[in-house]
Ligand binder design. Structure first.
Ligand SMILES: C[S@@+](CC[C@H](N)C(=O)[O-])C[C@H]1O[C@@H](n2cnc3c(N)ncnc32)[C@H](O)[C@@H]1O
Length: 273
């Protein structure tokens, strides 16, 4: 079997199983099996697929058809133009979260002290550290997630100080110019309606915010008020905009930015001076 035939067979298997972006997924899985870039696949389209490649590729196709996300098969996800390692212990960074980066960068100043609360893979903290001249700290309640974040920071040569803890407890004695967070915001009752890729493969700790999806915001907002300097800024990804806006009563300069689908996705609020 040639590379080209393997690609078209993989595409057919994925499409028949209803996997979205079947052609792109077949390419990514074959690239992972042969450990080569996309350009190599096309330059070698008439080459024979080695047996070992076919074995790996077949297994990846089977796993993807069964609902395992492509990122958990390859162990990688791109975020803000950089390659992040991902495992079952961290949320796969989402494109929507790039709006959190854009919003935070638009409000940041040289030398700011920034805390990423609930860092997961480290995608927000590492990106902010690499895109700005700020001092970045990050925390997560999951030590397993933090191990992945530390590894990503090392691979991407980002200077971020990590510490494990519930909310901001690991940095209880510090104060920050900006607290940024993408907290878990799915309501427990919505679990059954999630795609299998999310329900079965993203960590529950990264997804669910209690019965109404707002439980972490209820703790995070007062915690951020404690951690922020006077007039410091809170930047959060949103699940439910209206409810979170109500929780921010007393904060000033509240702005809500939409994502590309027009859904309210990021809130910025300033702690009262
Ligand atoms: C939605 S994920 C976001 C991960 C990453 N920041 C991103 O945007 O891809 C939420 C993260 O918050 C962490 N988390 C949940 N509850 C927490 C808590 N009480 N204190 C600290 N971190 C928490 C989870 O372990 C998870 O890594």
């Amino acid at each position: 079997m040639t590379i080209r035939t393997a690609l078209s067979q993989g595409y057919k298997i994925l499409e028949d199983a209803g996997v979205p972006a079947a052609r792109l997924t077949a390419e990514v899985l074959l690239m992972h099996a042969v450990q080569q870039e996309r350009s190599w696949l096309y330059a070698h389209s008439t080459d024979e697929l080695k047996e070992v490649w076919w074995i790996h590729y077949g297994r990846y196709l089977h796993e993807r058809v069964k609902g395992k996300p492509t990122q958990h098969i390859t162990g990688h996800q791109e975020f803000y133009g950089r390659d992040f390692r991902v495992t079952k212990d961290v949320l796969i960074p989402r494109p929507e979260t790039e709006h959190v980066i854009e919003t935070a960068l638009a409000h940041m100043h040289t030398g700011d002290c920034v805390l990423d609360l609930g860092t997961g893979s480290g995608c927000i903290a590492i990106t902010l550290a690499l895109e700005s001249k700020s001092t970045v700290f990050a925390t997560d309640i999951s030590r397993a997630a933090l191990d992945v974040a530390v590894d990503n920071a090392h691979r991407l040569q980002a200077k971020v100080q990590f510490a494990a803890g519930d909310l901001g407890t690991a940095f209880a004695d510090a104060t920050f110019d900006i607290v940024v967070s993408n907290p878990p915001y799915v309501a427990l009752g919505d679990r059954a309606s999630l795609q299998i890729e999310v329900r079965e493969h993203d960590p529950a700790l990264a997804l669910f915010g209690g019965d109404d999806g707002l439980e972490v915001y209820r703790c995070l907002i007062p915690e951020a008020a404690r951690l922020l300097k006077p007039s410091g800024l809170l930047v959060m990804e949103l699940g439910e905009a209206d409810a979170v806006r109500e929780m921010l009563a007393g904060w000033s300069g509240i702005e809500i930015a939409n994502d590309l689908a027009g859904i309210p996705r990021v809130v910025v609020a300033r702690k009262p001076a």
